[in-house]
Design a protein around this ligand. Sequence first.
Ligand SMILES: NC(=O)c1ccc[n+]([C@@H]2O[C@H](COP(=O)([O-])OP(=O)(O)OC[C@H]3O[C@@H](n4cnc5c(N)ncnc54)[C@H](O)[C@@H]3O)[C@@H](O)[C@H]2O)c1
Length: 457
Amino acid sequence: MRITVIGCGYVGLVTAACFAEMGNHVTCVDQNSERIDALSNGVCPLYEPGMEAMLATNLSGRRLAFTTQLNDALQDVEVVFIAVGTPCSDDGSADISQVLSVAAELGQLLNNPAVVVCKSTSPVGTACRVEAILEQQCQRRQLSWRPVVISNPEFLKEGAAIGDFMRPDRIIIGSSSEPANALMRELYAPFVRNHERILFMGRRDAELSKYAANAFLASRISFMNELAGLSSQLGVDIEQVRRAIGSDSRIGHHFIYAGCGYGGSCFPKDIKALLHMGKEHGEDMSMLHAVEARNDKQKHWLLQQITQRLGANLQGKIIALWGLAFKPGTDDIRDAPSLVLIDGLLRAGATIHAYDPVAMSKIAERYSLPVSRGQIQLMDEPYVTLQNADALVLVTEWKQFRQPDFSNMRKHMRLPLIIDGRNQYDPTQVREHGFEYAGVGRAAPKKHSQPVLRQVV
Ligand SMILES: NC(=O)c1ccc[n+]([C@@H]2O[C@H](COP(=O)([O-])OP(=O)(O)OC[C@H]3O[C@@H](n4cnc5c(N)ncnc54)[C@H](O)[C@@H]3O)[C@@H](O)[C@H]2O)c1
């Protein structure tokens, strides 16, 4: 099939490369010329495991091409994917201006009745708006055909995006057009060989399903963080609670880890967008408000732990950070808990020594001034960050941080303090190495007085 993908970000690039891998001819369009130049030369401008190898195979096989010119990408195209960004507007709604401007461009340039697929996460009714724009343009150009626009939200996870796309749990197609459904069934057939996982539904159903999935997962995280807060008060270990409830098959182990909050390019903005949809339609979304509020609070937990122990003024203190990306496996720092921590540390006057296997260039770009002044020092190696440090904060649970050499770490640090924002370490083991340890909901058990038994007379 001849496919065009508009937007070469995490979603567009993975979509394009995976369709090319299955033998399709895919042209990827982005307005960012630097990005297109890099990709045309096989260099991936974002970190996604396996992507560069896939780029190399498909560029050399001539199944994948990159351009900044949408016009060049539409010749005889059968399917056009819109995978541009839908960031958060000031009022919390999803800003779909990139999607709508692509629709307007397509309306002017599309010369054949391709199926237009909205892959960007967009509010209910967006596919309908895209179709209206295209229809208007086709009418103006006196074309004999009318475009079909469908919704096909994406569920990939950064860091495991290729695997998720190649072996999806499900593929959601929101469409009422039988020919478009048939085309999608054919296009996705190689990805669902062993059993059917394509769910057909209405466009609006598909659009809301994407928001529902993210909101549900975020709710699980905030619920566990709330329980972690209570656990600290009660001297309960939230990790034991997690194990206990996760083994219930109705609950399962995914997304029930207490930590320093969720971030990334999706959960925060999608929750805001869903809340905005609720407000627009007069639906009270108090539960989702609580999910968001808990997460905002949770992102301050790391700094609180530091200032409780080292004081509010951190002038002259060195804080080591392990991990900066919003989660392991990606260089994405959008809405990452690390940003809230870094901002707070800089305000308090601390010097930051930080290491992340892939996200440091993004941090260097965002904090160019503090980096140039030495307030943030990005190190090549995790142990170097510990030199004279007054605390180590584990922010992102990259695998390489799971089993560190605690004795060696202790020797480098000025103060033996570990703040574990992802509950990666065994508190007893860490304390045995002479560290003070703070985990999320893992307070050292308090001495509780036994209730006095009332004497029965
Ligand atoms: N990142 C994820 O993990 C993920 C997962 C599922 C869904 N989504 C959704 O997918 C969409 C894309 O996300 P992303 O993370 O890939 O975004 P991104 O910001 O990484 O990439 C978007 C790309 O679109 C390009 N672009 C914008 N306007 C354009 C135009 N008019 N013409 C050509 N290119 C244009 C930008 O230059 C950018 O490279 C969003 O709606 C997001 O919510 C993201």
